[in-house]
Design a protein around this ligand. Structure first.
Ligand code: MG
Length: 374
């Protein structure tokens, strides 16, 4: 199918879904749903290119999972599709929604087989329920419910989407241009994952894997006299704080890097560059919350964390327990799943000379089990 590009729309915010994780990031087995959908399409035909329309902040992360072309999504389906079409170089574009996650491979083949017969080929179902319009029943044999994926002539689709009107799919946009739309037999399996209850109805959804992922983080900060010392999310009684662009909470920074490492999301500097004035004097606990939000949104959750704080001064013994409780609460874990250790450096090196503090952190993430929400 070197004359056809596959576009999968995965930029949705899942606002109707009601879970911390976005539906494209629900794990089925050991891979997120969007990867499984793309792989199912790949099995049905060879495409010139596979383009995924993704939320801007997730594009980089998605590109770590698979070797597709990722483009920034827009604020609506139509805008996302328009942007994705800019990367299409073939005469035909097959457009699918990640939300139709139980890909019926026979249906995809049926759509592709009719290539050339119309400007748009769309699968459709007959209405099986009685249909009313404005309070009166209508002849349901004339009703068709349109599904995806739809195969469109790229040039015609580009022109159709450029119209000012808002369309809910390609077939209606192309129909509005006066071009031919061919409706073919759809699939009752191709239901959309829209609401939480749909997770119960869709039969293709494999349970998430029980794998864990471990990450390591290390951070070092020098002391700065006269600054409040923040460590592990609490205030320490000390005559100095840490020299930093943010509040300098070296323990939280190490923990953030451990969490990002476990998620495969890079490092703290990529997420909060210290050249960005937005993070000047930032409360590190807010950075941690932001990172946890992103991790949870992408289908993972904390399971355990262990930190070792290397400090010759101040004495941290009395603070270990408050830090442990504070971090457990923020991570959403029972206190026993967080451990804090403190050690001196036996007066050796920069820690021993009381120039600063180093923190090592290890964090474990698990895959969010969406079945617990059903
Ligand atoms: Mg730091």
């Amino acid at each position: 199918m070197k004359d056809t590009t596959l576009i999968l729309l995965a930029a949705g915010s899942s606002s109707r879904f009601g879970l911390p994780v976005k539906k494209q990031w629900l794990y089925l087995g050991d891979r997120p749903l969007w990867v499984r959908v793309a792989e199912a399409f790949e099995r049905t035909a060879e495409f010139a290119r596979i383009i995924l329309s993704a939320e801007r902040g997730e594009r980089n992360y998605m590109s770590r999972f698979a070797d597709y072309t990722f483009v920034d999504g827009g604020s609506s389906r139509q805008e996302s599709l328009t942007k994705a079409l800019e990367a299409v170089e073939t005469p035909w574009a097959l457009v699918g929604d990640i939300a139709r996650c139980c890909v019926d491979e026979a249906l995809v083949k049926r759509v592709l087989k009719r290539k050339g017969e119309a400007a748009c080929i769309a699968p459709a179902l007959q209405a099986v329920d009685t249909v009313y319009e404005d309070g009166a029943p209508v002849d349901r044999s004339r009703i068709r419910l349109i599904q995806t994926p739809q195969l469109s002539r790229t040039e015609i689709l580009r022109r159709a989407l450029a119209e000012a009107e808002t369309f809910t799919d390609e077939s209606s946009a192309i129909h509005a241009l006066g071009e031919k739309v061919l409706l073919i037999k759809g699939s009752p399996r191709a239901h959309k994952l829209t609401h939480l209850e749909d997770l119960r109805r869709l039969d293709c959804l494999e349970a998430p894997s029980r794998e864990n992922f471990t990450g390591f983080g290390l951070d070092i900060h020098a002391f700065e006299a006269g600054k409040e010392m923040r460590l592990g999310g609490i205030t320490i009684d000390a005559p100095m704080g840490f020299k930093a662009h943010s509040d300098g909470d070296v323990a939280i920074h190490a923990l953030i890097d451990a969490l990002l490492g476990a998620a495969g999301m890079g490092d703290i500097g990529e997420h909060f560059p210290d050249t960005d004035p937005q993070w000047k004097d930032a409360d590190s606990m807010e950075l941690l919350d932001a990172v946890l939000g992103r991790i949870r949104g992408c289908g993972l959750e904390p399971r355990h964390a262990d930190l070792t704080i290397l400090a010759q001064t101040p004495r941290l013994g009395p603070y270990k327990e408050p830090i442990r409780r504070r971090l457990a609460k923020t991570l959403g874990l029972p206190p026993a799943r967080v451990n804090i250790k403190a050690t001196t450096a036996e007066k050796m090196g920069f820690v021993g000379r009381k120039e600063g503090v180093a923190v090592h952190a290890v964090a474990t993430l698990g895959i969010y089990d969406w079945r617990s929400a059903l």
